[in-house]
Design a protein around this ligand. Structure first.
Ligand code: DOR
Ligand code: ZN
Ligand code: ZN
Length: 425
């Protein structure tokens, strides 16, 4: 296959080139056009931009157990439609991914579906109950790429320290959802002006920050790496920035909703704005953007959290937390960060592909000869409107409905095979 006349996004910036794919890998990147060979598949990429295949290291696929919300097949379709060639799925399923059997099931089912690459993330504790460590060695052998208790934090600090030690013995990192439940205590939104206005129960930034601080201090004391999930507070960004400055091996992620929306979005009680951690204030949104710019926040993930309409069509306090994000993440990020001049295309590629690959030790994340031909081909000039009811994900729960964005995924190529092609009809 050859992708002709493409603007390709590399570490050094954007340049016009042809990309030759052979045996599932990038065989050649050339600036001078060459004659195409017989039987060669030619993708005319004039006016299109090729990014290294996007990688989302924080996705909820809901299978096994919650297939009404999403399953591996529907989640994979949403991923490739969103331009993702690799995704990592969180273990808060039923049963929980806390042993090699469930982990192997995920990898086997992902191969059967055969769209994007799917890497399971194992739970830190058995059943995510926070009592005893899960069977980490077996899960590693079955393909988990990290450990996480996502949805909550491991409350017992000694157990968390042990988790970091055991994880490191198996070459794994802990991805930490940071929340002190005594402080968040059943709240639905951020504590502030809009919680007062709506009468909805609010949660302090400290509910997130105290746990970010604990994970940073544990990692520092043990001299081990740690990754902070979905950073939403200005104070959390500052804690991570300071930890990085003194050499703590910390990496961090955020999501499009934290750098685009604020808690003002909750004022109409739209339960699609209910997410954990909650949408914060403008001060936080700006700090998250600053963190992305100065490298404090390494990557952008979706925290794709699809829910059934029945879980959202209830009063705000009772609604499930989460946003269905795979099909909008690239365009939202491109529009908010690159169109505005805050990041370059190469920096966006790093946040959405290079950094996640490095953090988890995955192959890919860069357009270079010899790398797997995982490619995301987009039209950056195409403007479109987000229509959640047209999502292929089962989760239509998005607060971005009606929003105009730039950047349309045209093809998603995984190991040299086209796994998604935009249907124009
Ligand atoms: O909003 C969220 N949804 N935050 C989480 O931590 C969990 C996730 C889910 O599983 O629905
Ligand atoms: Zn989480
Ligand atoms: Zn999550």
């Amino acid at each position: 296959m050859i992708l002709q006349n493409a603007e390709i996004v590399t570490r050094d910036g954007v340049k016009l080139a042809d990309v030759t794919v052979e045996n599932g890998r990038i065989a050649k990147i050339s600036s001078c056009p060459r004659a195409t060979k017989r039987d060669e598949l030619v993708l005319d990429c004039r006016g299109l931009t090729v990014f290294p295949g996007l990688i989302d290291m924080h996705v909820h696929l809901r299978e096994p157990g919650f297939e009404r919300k999403e399953d591996i097949a529907s989640g994979s379709r949403a991923a490739v439609k969103g331009g993702f060639t690799q995704i990592c799925c969180m273990p808060n399923t039923d049963p929980v991914i806390d042993n090699k059997v469930v982990a192997s099931y995920i990898t086997a089912r992902a191969k059967e579906v055969g769209l994007c690459k799917i890497h399971p993330i194992g739970a830190i504790t058995k059943g995510q109950r926070g009592e005893e460590l899960a069977a980490i060695g077996g899960m590693k052998a079955a393909g988990v790429v990290a450990l996480s208790e996502d949805g909550k934090s491991v409350q017992n600090s000694k157990l968390m320290a042990n988790a970091m030690l055991y994880a490191s013995d198996f070459g794994l990192k802990c991805l930490c959802h940071c929340e002190d439940p005594a402080l968040s205590d059943g709240a639905s939104v951020n504590e502030g002006y809009y919680s007062t206005l709506t009468g909805l129960k609010g949660s302090l930034r400290a509910a997130e920050d105290v746990m970010i601080a604990r994970e940073l201090l544990l990692a520092e004391s043990l001299d081990l790496p740690v990754h902070i999930c979905h950073v939403s507070t200005y104070s959390g960004v500052q804690l991570i920035r300071e930890a990085k400055a003194r050499g703590v091996k910390v990496t961090a992620e955020t999501c499009p909703h934290y750098f685009i929306l604020t808690d003002e979005a909750i004022k109409n009680f739209d339960t699609n704005t209910k997410v954990n951690p909650p949408l914060r204030a403008e001060k936080d949104r700006l700090a998250v953007i600053e963190g992305l710019k100065d490298g404090t926040i390494d990557c952008i993930v979706t925290d794709h959290a699809p829910h059934h309409a029945d879980d959202k069509n209830v009063e705000y306090a009772l609604a499930a937390f989460g946003i269905s994000g795979l099909e909008t993440s690239f365009a939202l990020s491109y529009t908010a960060l690159v169109k505005t001049g805050l990041l370059t295309p190469a920096q966006l590629a790093e946040k959405m592909s290079g950094a996640p690959a490095k953090i988890l030790g995955l192959e890919g994340g860069e357009l270079k000869v010899g790398a797997p031909a995982d490619l995301t081909v987009v039209d950056l000039n195409e403007k479109w409107t987000v229509e959640p009811n047209k999502f292929v994900s089962k989760g239509k729960n998005s607060p971005f409905g009606g929003r105009e964005v730039y950047g349309k995924v045209k093809y998603t190529v995984v190991d040299g095979t086209i796994k998604y092609e935009e249907q124009t009809a």
